[in-house]
Design a protein. Sequence first.
Length: 254
Amino acid sequence: MAEESKQQLAKLLIEKEALIEHLIKTTTLIHSGALSAALAHELNQFLAVIQVNAEQANAVLATHHQPESVADNLNRIIKVNQSAAELIASLKGLFMSSDETMNSVMIDKIIFSSVELYQKRLKQANIELECKLEFGEEISVQASLIQQVFSNLLVNAIEALERSDKVDKKIIIESGSEKEHCAVTISDNGPGVDQSQSHKIFDIFETTKTNKSGIGLWLSKHIVDRHDGTISLSRNELGGATFKVVLGNLKPSN
């Protein structure tokens, strides 16, 4: 009986090691797949901005008028390209390592940088943008990743309004202090999100849009979670959606 028990124990140990090895491989595949999907989704956004600016530059060159605006387009392309490179490096670090480089940055400046990327698209869609940026302090974050969160939420609002038949389309971005944390809200007066779907809107590949991957909101939540923050969705008084990001435990002590 003792020998039989010993053999059973040895078998269980082998099975345990096999299970651990399987879990390690599975987790690696999940991270690799998530990283690939995230990179593809986010790079598509940058490529869209590059495409718009390149087309506008060509249009100006064809008319031989306002050559200075071509320089503006080219500078935007360079800036977007640099942002894409920073995002790739940050995403690789996010999925491949737990070591994160945090820097003290002005959160309002990060929001403004995100807004700047989509000014032309906002104008083309006849969307009024109102910014009420009042946080005015530095907090420790991975700047390129947090900027991508705000870019994702802004694009989400733009796409919601592009699908809307409203005439007075509007997006409001606000930042401020909330219980010694930084709170940022991005609201729109679009169709909003069905409340029956709101509980799973941050799930990977979940989307309410046609021909969209659903990676953006999942990745945004993943990034915010890694910053010990929270992200939530609610319906606002305009009938549209409000996304709220609270970056917790990040306000520096004086």
